[in-house]
Design a protein around this ligand. Structure first.
Ligand SMILES: CSC[C@H]1O[C@H](OP(=O)(O)O)[C@H](O)[C@@H]1O
Length: 366
């Protein structure tokens, strides 16, 4: 075991816990209300979990996966189940409900498949519904712990790319709120570099329409003592033109084996601008975000409620910034071709160009 991993695990104490498992329910920090209010939502049924994911109470690829994993455990406690066959039917229904919440982040489907396959493995050795639930609860906790360890390792790999005095440009929120652990993926190198004594600062774009940057990333980084500057999304080009950025680090919702990366809407813009201005552009994600099966045309890019574009979330609630019935197109992810990506930082190492070759090598080393 890398002593640096244990040191970071001991020393990094995030200020907020986005996801808490309480044995029969999930307590979720309501990310729709941040940074104005700290509210929590309890999820005691599969429908509660599905609603929390669909409505973005909890969001971010790894956090969605972890939440769905515990949703599969909740499925076996929200009602009386008499036998293993009924338990498997209940789990299959829960997987179906949870898989329909959001289409783009692959961690959701990865976690649901892993939990269901674990259930199939458990029922080959027990006919007790109680033992099945206990085994699934342990698996969900393992997913959470593996995610945290992955982020620590991502942080170590990423921190090696950061120099004292660097400014990192992010997008959206790929921090501890997006992964559920408090450390994050794109933010992990920033926290680890700080622990190493490097003075790293961040420029965070607001990331319209849902404002994950303005409302979540700023909130997280400032709470964790990181010097942070908020910019409008439209300022991206100028901050790079003026050389205010040393490196770009973003998260991911789905990474294909050919190197195409699905991430928050606006990531493509940032990648093209970074490429144009010769600024290194890194994607940071656990290998659970790599999708070895899909191709770029088969991935559904989520489109959400038009009112997310028509309004902004403020301390007074949602406020319209346009005509209430204006037609809207609201895709909330985009796809960045591999040619714009310097490297992909995972817990197993950094995949550099050619990504289509080195991503496969990285997965083979797992
Ligand atoms: C660490 S993955 C975070 C990833 O998820 C975000 O999307 P959303 O807020 O809609 O769940 C965004 O794409 C981040 O990069």
């Amino acid at each position: 075991m890398d002593p640096r991993v244990e040191k970071i695990r001991r020393e990094f104490k995030p200020k907020v816990k986005p996801i808490e498992w309480r044995g029969d329910k999930l307590v979720l920090l309501d990310q729709r209300m941040l940074p104005f209010e700290t509210r929590y939502v309890e999820a005691r049924t599969v429908e509660d979990v599905a609603t929390a994911i669909r409505d973005m109470v909890v969001r971010g690829a790894p956090a969605i996966g972890i939440t769905a994993a515990f949703g599969m455990v909740i499925a076996l406690s929200e009602k009386t189940i008499d036998n293993i066959d009924d338990a498997l039917k209940t789990l299959s229904l829960a997987r179906d409900i949870l898989s329909k919440t959001r289409p783009t982040a692959v961690n959701l489907f990865w976690a649901l498949d892993r939990m269901y396959n674990k259930a199939l493995s458990l029922v080959s050795t027990t006919s007790s519904v109680r033992e099945l639930r206990e085994g699934l609860e342990e698996e969900a906790k393992k997913i959470f712990e593996e995610e945290l360890e992955a982020e620590i390792r991502i942080g170590l790999y990423g921190a090696e790319l950061l120099e004292d005095g660097d400014t990192v440009l992010t997008i959206c929120n790929a921090g501890g709120l997006a992964t559920g652990t408090g450390l994050g993926t794109a933010t992990a190198p920033i926290y680890v570099a700080k622990m190493m004594g490097k003075d790293v600062s961040v420029i965070a774009p607001e990331t319209r329409p849902w404002q994950q940057g303005a409302r979540l990333t700023v909130y997280e980084l400032v709470n964790n003592g990181i010097r942070t500057t908020l910019i409008a999304d439209t300022a991206l080009g100028l901050v790079m033109y003026k050389r205010m950025v040393d490196i770009v680090m973003v998260g991911a919702d789905r990474i294909l084996l050919d190197g195409h990366v699905f991430n928050k809407i606006g990531t493509l813009n940032e990648a093209i601008l970074a490429h144009e201005f010769g600024i290194p552009f890194y994607v940071l994600a656990p290998t659970s975000t790599i999708d070895p099966k899909s191709n770029v045309d088969s991935v559904k890019i989520e489109e959400r409620d038009p009112d997310e574009v028509r309004t902004v979330r403020t301390s007074q609630g949602k406020v319209y910034v346009t005509l209430k019935d204006i037609q809207v197109y609201n895709p909330v992810f985009d796809v960045t071709p591999p040619k714009y990506i310097t490297g992909i930082i995972t817990e197993k190492g950094v995949a550099t160009q050619p990504l289509s070759v080195n991503l496969r090598k990285l997965l083979k080393n797992i």
